[in-house]
Design a protein around this ligand. Structure first.
Ligand SMILES: *Cc1c(COP(=O)(O)O)cnc(C)c1O
Length: 352
């Protein structure tokens, strides 16, 4: 549910719209605080310790957003003019305002993402530069799990491992944009640590399906995290009594991970209902995690934003991805009994 100028909506635009739970608000009010730039906020320190433990990495740093987590990671791994291999549908390439180039002078080598969110191994291998003064130096590979633009696709531990081994062989680093890594983990019944094990660094978001209001965490080795801390400071991400928000993050990690399976179940139920509507195609059915991507056929005589507008008039907010594509994301605040309302709203929008 979301309230906009007095009207209540079923908000499926993203899982970023999730408001903090009452337990989070209470923890936020009661958090022990200090100056985190001095390393003295006990709540931030605890969040970082828990995060590093969950990912089985040596250390972690709390950052204001997933975008800053990825950027700080890439700045810590790469120097100016270094090249990073990343998917052409990756969040870092598409949706982070070109920060790696604008602020880091890092050269993006985009290679095709496959439908399942992976990048073919031979494509990664072919993108690694030889040692030649004409070429930038390949330094880093980035993967994303779950993969947002690939429909919330889930990358397996085996795939992660094989890319990790390749990176090691070539002396490259591997960064995992795990904004929704816990969705990837519960979808496959593996631990997030197992998915992140082959990566030198991993970012995850507290502010998406886990319902915390703000914040992401970047994890890696001690040495890497101390570099990333400097990058965070350069980017203006050194926060002071950040324990106020970290407190919600701790609850997110303790209470909100296992229940993500419910979001995936709701996504499957909604996808099944929507797939029976003429003129709409559910792109990945059943959906791999908490996202549903829909394509609209021409026969409807509506484009995606017109359909989104009609849905809004029926109390449902959805994301417009393309002229003929919509994204619907399931999350904590969508109740089971709202699924049939959404299906009804789509039918109504299409018929009238
Ligand atoms: C949301 C997201 C991010 C960025 O997170 P923000 O907190 O919105 O900056 C990075 N990567 C992926 C895959 C995401 O979905």
């Amino acid at each position: 549910m979301n309230v906009e100028s007095g009207q209540t909506f079923i908000d499926l635009r993203s899982d970023t719209v999730t408001l903090p739970t009452l337990e989070m608000r209470t923890a936020m009010a009661q958090a022990e605080l200090g100056d985190d730039v001095y390393g003295e906020d006990p709540t931030v320190n605890e969040l970082e310790r828990i995060s590093a433990d969950i990912m089985r990495k040596e250390a972690a740093v709390f950052v204001p957003s997933g975008t800053m987590g990825n950027l700080a990671a890439i700045l810590a791994h790469c120097g100016r003019g270094d090249e990073v291999i990343l998917g052409d549908l990756s969040h870092t390439f598409l949706y982070e305002a070109g920060g790696i180039s604008a602020l880091g002078g890092v050269h993006p080598r985009t290679v095709p993402n496959q439908e399942d969110g992976t990048i073919a191994q031979d494509v990664i291998s072919g993108a690694v530069r030889d040692d030649n003064p004409h070429f930038p130096i390949t330094r880093l590979i980035c993967l994303e799990n779950t993969h947002n633009r690939c429909g919330g696709a889930v990358l397996t531990a085996e795939y992660m491992s094989s890319v990790g081994e390749f990176a090691k062989e070539k002396g490259l680093k591997l960064h995992l944009d795990g904004a929704r890594i816990f969705n990837a983990a519960v979808a496959q019944s593996v631990s997030a640590a197992e998915l992140a094990r082959p990566a030198d660094s991993v970012t995850f978001c507290l502010s998406k399906a886990l319902c915390a209001p703000v914040g992401s965490v970047l994890c890696g080795s001690e040495q890497f995290i101390s570099k990333a801390r400097r990058a965070r400071k350069q980017l203006g991400g050194g926060m002071r009594q950040a324990g106020v928000i970290a407190a919600a993050g701790i609850i997110a990690l303790q209470k909100m991970i296992d229940r993500l399976v419910e979001d995936h179940e709701k996504a499957r139920e909604l996808a099944l209902g929507l797939s029976q509507i003429e003129g709409i195609r559910v792109e990945k059915n059943p959906p791999p995690s908490n996202m549903i991507f829909l394509s609209i056929t021409n026969a409807l005589g509506l484009n995606a934003s017109q359909l989104a507008q009609k849905l809004k008039e029926n109390g449902v907010l959805v994301g417009v991805v393309d002229v003929n594509r919509l994204r619907l994301v399931m999350h904590y605040w969508i109740h089971n009994d709202e699924i049939s309302h959404v299906i009804g709203a789509v039918k109504k929008a299409i018929s009238g």
